[in-house]
Design a binder for this molecule. Structure first.
Ligand SMILES: [Mg+2]
Length: 433
């Protein structure tokens, strides 16, 4: 078979939140596992075993409490510092395979290989899967093809058909056709819940039926989004490649569209908390800090029948910081100010601004420092972070942050340790001699 010039791999961690817990508690590998929303409200992540016993997304915790107490299932509070850190590790393993990595969400990324002389893409996919497994402990699926949409489709097959072992090479056009013919159209990435029934009414039942539409027809009948999907399925790259991996930027943005519209403040906050963790981890990796950030949320501008709202707010803290807990607290306060009930939200984001800038704010404990260190930056927060990292959150805190604990109050009765971001929470290994 002729080698395609550009190959795209889509990597996705299986049941990401739950898998993070399993890495540090191997006993959970033999149990159905679920993760709760903030305040231990409801189930927001499940392993396939938990799905299989009928626990739906959003099930209130009290309904599964008994099963947990009987030891039939394991439940954990959400642990965003752990997920953010595991995500960073996952992504950095991927970066070892190609310089072109586009992080799509906390547990998903696209890898682009341009002009790589790879003989066997399936073997390449397995190598990625193995390395991520060995270096992070996370199980992942890998779908490989020539466009993003096809790579996503390949990964759908990798998940759906256990015989694939979680890796599918879909670079061969014949193979693409065969898979499309047996895949229901609503499994295709980008086909919304509203569109699927409409397509089915029109006799478009499989992905192949959809791919057989003329692009111009798809545009006329549906929209430019569907036209692009059709083109991508035909092997034409038309989704943009997002280059946000530049380490020298003065801003770090973490924002994603939600898979489904979200209307409750709690759910928006859950998404935001993840983005804040990720952005702060990234900033710390660059050894920088920020005193300013922007937070936004908005409805879907394409859903004209729905009410529209766009809220945004600049957050400012007195002392530049890269501390996740400080930014989480500020973001939570900010969200309270801009959130409005009664809208269907589609996207939220958190952007750290003026990264690396120093603050001239006075009045905290560390303002006086030896002249020899005057040029090192961003000085104080580094000290703060490293002391807090070493001895636990809030060992030291900026006076301006007041007497409130920096980790804002959440109900987290089943919280696991922050294995990878807190010295005091490191896992202990015991062995018999
Ligand atoms: Mg996943």
């Amino acid at each position: 078979m002729k080698q395609p010039a550009t190959v795209i791999a889509h990597c996705d961690a299986n049941s990401f939140y739950c898998s993070c817990h399993r890495v540090f508690e191997p006993a959970l590998l033999r149990m159905p596992v679920g993760v709760l929303s903030n305040n231990d409200g409801c189930v927001i992540a499940r392993t396939p075993e938990l799905k299989a016993i009928g626990v739906a997304m959003g099930t209130p915790f009290f309904q599964v409490r008994r099963l947990m107490e009987q030891g039939q299932i394991a439940i954990r509070s959400s642990n965003y510092p752990l997920y953010g850190d595991m995500s960073e590790r996952f992504m950095s393993v991927l970066e070892g395979f190609t310089p072109e990595v586009e992080v799509y969400s906390i547990d998903e990324a696209f890898l682009r290989f341009t002009g790589f002389p790879v003989e066997n893409w399936e073997a390449q996919g397995r190598a990625i899967q193995q390395k991520v497994g060995r270096w992070t402990g996370l199980p992942i699926g890998v779908g490989i093809s020539t466009t993003k949409v096809l790579a996503k489709l390949a990964n759908y097959a990798a998940k759906h058909y256990p015989a694939t072992g979680g890796v599918v090479d879909l670079t061969d056009p014949e193979r693409q056709k065969r898979l499309m013919a047996i895949t229901p159209v609503d499994e295709l990435w980008g086909i919304g819940r509203r569109l699927a029934p409409r397509l089915k009414e029109q006799g478009i039942l499989t992905v192949r039926d959809f791919a057989n539409l003329e692009p111009s027809q798809a545009k006329r009948q549906y929209s430019v989004t569907e036209e692009r999907l059709v083109r991508e399925l035909r092997g034409e790259n038309c989704l943009p490649w997002d280059e946000e991996q530049d380490g020298n930027k003065h801003t770090i943005m973490c924002s994603r569209s939600f898979g489904l519209p979200v209307s409750s403040e709690k759910e928006v906050w859950e998404a935001l908390a993840t983005y804040v963790s990720r952005a702060c981890e990234k900033m710390r990796r660059q050894g920088k800090a920020a005193a300013k950030a922007q937070l936004f949320l908005r409805t879907d501008p394409f859903r004209k029948d729905d009410g529209q709202y766009h809220g945004s707010l600049v957050l400012q803290i007195p002392q530049a910081s890269a501390s996740t807990s400080i930014w989480l607290r500020e973001t939570h306060k900010g969200l309270k100010r801009i959130f409005r009930e009664g809208y269907q939200y589609r996207k939220a984001g958190f952007v750290l601004l003026d990264i690396g800038s120093q603050t001239t704010e006075q009045g905290d404990l560390f303002t006086v420092r030896p002249p020899s260190q005057e040029s090192s930056k961003p000085e104080l927060t580094d000290v703060l972070d490293s002391i807090n990292n070493r001895f636990g959150n809030n060992t030291l805190k900026v006076a301006a942050s007041g007497n409130k604990p920096a980790r804002w109050h959440m109900k987290q009765n089943y919280l696991s340790p922050r294995y990878t971001t807190q010295w005091s929470d490191l896992a202990t290994v015991r062995c018999k001699l």
